[in-house]
Design a protein around this ligand. Structure first.
Ligand code: CMP
Length: 140
């Protein structure tokens, strides 16, 4: 399988509980390498831009308010089939449906405060990585 990169965001519910290290350790244990990382706080406008694809969804306003409510950690994860691998490690969007041992099963508080975001396809990953990182900030 090809080496890929994907974007991960550790969400405000996880930074608030000081579990960013635990989540990063789960990525590394799954064979994903953190090749870029920054902790930042999204403005409401930046959160709205990031999640623009969900603009019409009923949860959009709450999601953007939540994502700008505290710090996040944006990361680029690299590895074989990184997009799919990361989605396996995260577990289902709704923690009630997430397989045991996944990050969301272990740590998520709700479908909104679900601890992590991960790109859903290689094309999305490229756009989402560029949203947070310049090329020279990614060091594999
Ligand atoms: P994420 O992977 O960041 O992508 C969009 C986010 O919207 C999702 O994780 C959830 O945290 C959030 N969300 C809130 N409500 C819903 C819902 N009903 N269905 C899907 N995603 C939701």
């Amino acid at each position: 399988m090809a080496i890929e990169r994907t974007l991960s965001i550790i969400k405000p519910d996880a930074t608030r509980r000081n579990i960013t290290g635990k989540i990063s350790a789960a990525f590394e244990a799954a064979g994903l390498r953190i090749v870029a990382q920054k902790r930042l706080r999204l403005s409401l406008e930046r959160a709205q831009a990031f999640y623009a694809v969900h603009e019409e969804r009923p949860f959009y306003a709450d999601l953007c308010a939540f994502m700008s409510s505290g710090p996040v950690v944006a990361q680029v994860l690299e590895g074989e089939g990184a997009v799919a691998r990361n989605r396996e490690v995260m577990g289902a969007t709704n923690p009630a449906d997430a397989a045991p041992g996944t990050i969301r099963a272990e740590h998520a508080e709700s479908i909104e405060a679900n601890s992590v975001h991960g790109s859903d396809a290689p094309e999305t990953a490229a756009t989402e990585i560029a949203f947070f990182f310049e090329d020279d900030e990614i060091v594999g």
